[in-house]
Design a binder for this molecule. Structure first.
Ligand code: COA
Ligand code: ZN
Length: 303
């Protein structure tokens, strides 16, 4: 069992994207990203290069990118892109890592990025071939189930779907439980099937806490050998194009669990809780209801 687990913070993308009532000031976004990195998080998805009509909250992607690249050149920084245009905008600002999103569910793919599966694989190839030196994680949304089509019980279908991406050069893939419908048995079955079919693929997981299972699903993935797990500060989150989507598994929850279990995360629990408290004060988000009660949590340890 690997004792090193890489926690990927994705709140500044997956959390902020769903906030419609007001624009979070750009400086505030940058300050939250600073506090996340200062707590020891090394991997962070900090914005999206998407249509500002689809996601108005992230229209300041270029400004956020310039600031974080300058302030945190040592961090593993990446942003979501839905198409070549987004990838080009990110690349020209100096970013060398992106997430490309496609939904396993046909109907959610249409609702989210307005594409068929055929169009999505073509757009992936276009980005892959245009920027050979760009690291691309394929975010496989609704990998476990979809708001329109229900739960996907058969991992074989997912494995088949992924083949075109593997053949087109996908090296890293994140299994996203966009609507928090997965359970630990399903998670294990899906990961085993994918590892058997594509042993070289770098796999990560992304769980939402809609039904309170984010943390156990994450642990199930770790037990199957996954060493990269995504979460969001405070459990903020939600896809605006998935009806009823709720918050993600909270970073402070997973850091607490992993640190207590003796895994190495490199993240200071006390600092990440302080960052989450600050975020909750300034960002009126859709927070997971299942995270540690950060108002009362004791951060000192008995000897
Ligand atoms: N960055 C900025 N603007 C972009 C863009 C990008 N990467 N891609 C397209 N646009 C603009 C176009 O110029 C066009 O603007 P206009 O109406 O002023 O001419 C508009 O967005 C629509 O572009 P079009 O190519 O017709 O795409 P679409 O309407 O089919 O939308 C997406 C497709 C992918 C661009 C859009 O659905 C999107 O950005 N979705 C984001 C979804 C998301 O982030 N979901 C949550 C994360 S999982
Ligand atoms: Zn998500």
């Amino acid at each position: 069992m690997s004792k090193k687990i890489e926690v990927y913070e994705v709140g500044p993308r997956d959390g902020f994207q769903s906030i419609k009532c007001s624009m979070i000031p750009t400086e505030e976004k940058i300050a939250i990203i600073d506090s996340i990195i200062e707590s020891g998080v090394n991997h962070i998805e900090f914005t999206s290069f998407v249509s500002p009509k689809a996601i108005p909250q992230l229209a300041d992607a270029a400004d956020v990118t310039k600031a974080v690249l300058e302030k945190h050149p040592e961090a593993d920084l990446f942003a979501l892109v839905p198409n070549l245009r987004g990838a080009t905008n990110a690349y020209e600002l100096g970013l060398r890592k992106v997430c490309y999103v496609v939904s396993f569910s046909v109907s959610h793919n249409k609702a989210n990025i307005n594409r068929t599966h055929e169009q999505s694989i073509e757009a992936f190839k276009e980005i892959r071939n245009t920027y050979p030196d760009l690291d691309i994680i394929v975010d496989l949304a609704t990998a476990f189930g979809c708001p329109f089509e229900g739960k996907f019980e058969d991992p074989a279908r997912l494995v088949t779907f992924m083949k075109d991406y593997v053949d087109a050069g996908m090296k890293a893939c994140c299994l996203c439980d966009t609507i928090g419908i997965a359970d630990p048995v399903q998670v294990k079955n899906v990961i085993r099937a994918i590892k058997e079919a594509y042993p070289e693929l770098e796999l990560s997981v992304h769980f939402h806490d809609t039904r309170g299972l984010g943390i156990v699903n994450t642990m199930a993935a770790i037990e199957e050998g996954v060493t990269e797990v995504q979460s969001t500060l405070g459990g903020i989150g939600g896809c605006p194009f998935a009806p009823g989507a709720s918050g993600n598994m909270a970073t402070e929850d997973v850091v607490w669990m992993l640190n207590e279990m003796g895994y190495e995360t490199g993240i200071d629990f006390s600092k990440i809780v302080t960052a989450a408290k600050h975020e909750k004060e300034v960002v009126p988000g859709n927070y997971s209801g299942h995270n540690i009660n950060i108002e009362n949590v004791t951060v000192c340890k008995a000897g």
